[in-house]
Design a protein around this ligand. Structure first.
Ligand code: SAH
Length: 690
């Protein structure tokens, strides 16, 4: 069987549907999955084990048989815990076929074949009865179906169904209860991920300000959560406006309702300020007494030293529809609404008593400005990065002449506006491709800044550009950020180079290309924690899960080429082990070459440490002496701690030693590399040897 997979093609800037081997999807799913991270989450695993033991004992004390239903068994881990704790029988349900197959193998290998039945179905398809998947209803319900937002993976409808059809009334549940917490904060940094801040540009005729369209200022955004490693956010980047409040709790041992609902909590701000953001996280109690608690609380809330790093559960950032001034001690109502899969927040001034809670109905937010659909959080941050904007303005000033004819190629870019104010001739040409949403967003910006007649938008693809689009003029300045929404890895923005090549015949002989070139940089690092997501686990809480390790390894090596993967490294501390090294350059003044660009060499390791992998990023050389760096900003101390551009994802290539061995050895003095850019695919392949 063949399946179709969507993938960005860096040579066309477009999403393409490629016909793939049916295994491809599976391998991607497994290779990029969070199973390894979960198995490394000691805190989670030990607490589940404690909770499961306690639940089995309670059932046994009542003189009943312990029949367990484990929904979403994955590797079978929680069922094996239950069987070891003395459960009489476990039904382990797993919808994802390769995982269900792995669970069967793991269960057998650990000797639980008689105690655990793996059912490869979605739980809502499971049948109960003499001929059913389950002989009878279970009296212990074990699940781990939570994401960072708790309910995003469908935990509520799954529980609702399970209580109706699969478990007995009054069953034990592990976890027993989940609670969602929230805290109101003001944060310019985080708010810049959601709203566009005005940009001041010095123009010929005084200072101009680029403002955002009113549609954007009042836009409630989208109900998609922004999940981040809040533990990497320093206290200096936000102001706490309220205590931590409980938003809602769910008791999993009782029938659960998944229908949309709202929760309202009263808050008394501990500080006056601008309420912009709700930070949120949850905890789960593994037992009814609440003695076994597993929490995602961030560092400033949790005083304990038993800090557990994990990536499969982080914390949530919710943007309020508008910023609201709040006064210390003056009550406000925070309303959280949810549907089956997502949550969103609203803040209201408390109006007097007697208000009917049931009246509070907040509709799911719908983005009215398009920006929240087209720009992700880092893109907002990037556009609000004044330092970056300054580099573009300075560069444009250097290259624009009074009679320049300028063409901009970048998705939803504001460069044409900057270029206009910096004095390019009255008309600039700006073009967009097939995606008309970009058109409407940029047009809103032009209108808000009264530039709709000044900058021409051409809706076509670079290779279809004609002289008439350009009113028979030649382009003297070609600009790009470059940024394209379909880019996943840093070098996918090289699409700019392909577009530049396609419009070559429309350029003047001495046309300026900005950026004039890009360079790819590489550095060997030791991660504080990120290595866990791709590292084998071996034995987990006494159970042999090497089948899973092998499966992940096999998927990572699918097609015998390991790939780099994108990660926002500001969230994942690491230490440099080598100097950063420039490995390839791409000269945009020339067209894309026919032949591959490749390089080989070695980097010396300067510090002792575990060689987890290489990080790669791009630097754009706008003009001769002005660059924009999308990767390493600086190495901040002698230990080699790195500071990364917070608005870009960097490429991480994990070395085989991370993927293959549990014990990572300290390594020799150099790492050899071979890196190849294939102009036919726009991809970069790499290989490293320690
Ligand atoms: N229980 C394992 C794995 C948890 S990951 C552990 O704790 O280590 C969650 C798993 O649940 C995934 O493998 C996913 O495919 C599966 N899943 C989610 N919802 C499901 C449902 N309703 N029915 C069956 N499987 C489900």
């Amino acid at each position: 069987m063949k399946t179709f997979c969507g993938r960005a093609n860096p040579t066309t800037g477009a999403m393409e549907w490629l016909e793939e081997d049916e295994n491809y999807d599976y391998h991607q799913e497994i290779a990029r999955s969070r199973y390894a991270d979960m198995l490394h989450d000691k805190d989670r695993n030990t607490k589940y084990y404690q909770g499961i033991r306690a639940a089995v004992s309670r059932v046994k004390e009542r003189g009943e048989k312990a029949i367990v239903l484990d929904i979403g068994t994955g590797t079978g881990l929680l069922s094996m815990m239950a069987a070891s704790a003395g459960a009489d029988f476990c039904y382990a349900v797993e919808v994802f076929k390769p995982m269900a197959n792995a669970a069967v193998k793991i269960v057998e290998k650990n000797g639980f074949r008689d105690k655990i039945k793996v059912i490869n179905k979605h739980s809502t398809e499971v049948t109960v009865g003499p001929d059913g998947d389950m002989q009878c209803r279970a009296n212990i319900l074990v699940t781990e179906l939570f994401d960072t937002e708790l309910i995003g993976e469908g935990a509520l409808p799954t529980y609702e169904h399970a209580h109706k059809f699969l478990v007995e009334e009054g069953c034990e549940a592990v976890p027993h209860r989940a609670t969602v917490y929230a805290q109101l904060v003001e944060s310019k940094r985080m708010w810049s991920w959601n709203k566009f801040f005005p940009v001041r540009v010095g123009a010929e005729d005084g200072e101009k300000t680029i403002v955002s369209p009113s549609e954007m200022e009042n836009c409630p955004g989208v109900p998609s959560v922004c999940d981040i490693q809040l533990n990497q956010m320093p206290l200096s980047d936000f102001t706490i406006l309220s205590d931590v409040v409980t938003v809602f709790s769910v008791d999993f041992s009782k029938p659960v309702r998944s229908a949309s609902t709202c929760y309202r909590v009263q808050l008394e701000p501990v500080k006056s300020g601008k309420a912009q953001i709700v930070l949120s996280w949850w905890d789960i109690d593994m037992d009814p007494s609440g003695m076994i608690n597993c929490t995602m609380a961030p560092y400033w809330v949790k005083s304990t030293s038993d800090f557990q790093w994990r990536d499969h559960w982080m914390q949530c950032v919710y943007f309020l529809p508008n910023e609201e001034p709040v006064l210390q001690g003056e009550s406000v109502h925070l309303t959280a609404c949810r549907d089956e899969y997502s949550l969103w927040y609203k803040l209201q001034k408390a109006r007097g008593e007697g208000e009917n809670k049931a009246d509070v109905r907040v509709e799911s937010p719908v983005c009215r400005c398009q920006a929240h659909l087209l720009w992700n959080r880092p893109r907002f941050g990037q556009l609000n990065d004044q330092n970056r904007t300054r580099q573009y303005i300075k560069s444009l000033m250097k290259v624009l002449e009074t009679d320049s004819v300028c063409l901009c190629i970048s998705d939803g870019s504001l460069l044409p506006m900057l270029a206009h104010y910096r004095g390019a001739k009255q008309v600039l040409y700006f073009f967009l491709f097939f995606w008309s949403l970009h058109f409407s967003l940029i047009f809103l910006f032009f209108k808000a800044n009264h530039l709709e007649d000044k900058i021409k938008i051409i809706e076509t693809r670079p290779e279809l550009l004609t002289a008439s689009h350009l009113e028979d003029k030649k382009i003297s300045v070609l600009v790009g950020e470059p940024f394209f929404t379909t880019s996943l890895l840093p070098w996918h923005n090289l699409y700019f180079w392909y577009a530049r090549t396609a419009v070559t015949s429309h350029l003047t002989g001495s046309a300026t290309i900005l950026p004039q070139s890009a360079s790819l940089h590489m550095m060997v690092v030791e991660f504080q924690d990120l290595w866990r997501i791709r590292s084998p686990c071996g034995i987990c809480e006494g159970f042999d899960v090497r089948t899973m390790d092998d499966m992940i390894k096999n998927s990572l090596n699918f097609r015998e080429s390991k790939e780099a993967e994108p990660h926002p490294l500001w969230e994942y501390p690491c230490k440099s082990l080598s100097d950063p090294q420039e490995v390839l350059t791409f000269d945009f003044r020339k067209t894309v070459p026919q032949h591959s660009l490749s390089t080989e060499g070695s980097v010396n390791l300067l510090r002792k440490g575990k060689c987890h992998g290489a990080v790669l990023w791009m630097e754009y050389h706008l003009v001769a002496d002005i660059s924009v760096n999308t990767g390493l900003l600086q190495i901040s101390n002698e230990k080699g701690n790195c500071e990364w551009n917070p608005h870009c994802k960097q490429a991480v290539y994990f070395f085989s030693s991370v993927i293959e061995s549990e014990t990572l050895s300290d390594v020799p003095s150099a790492v050899m590399y071979a890196i190849n850019f294939d102009p036919k695919t726009g991809e970069i392949a790499m290989d490293f040897k320690l």
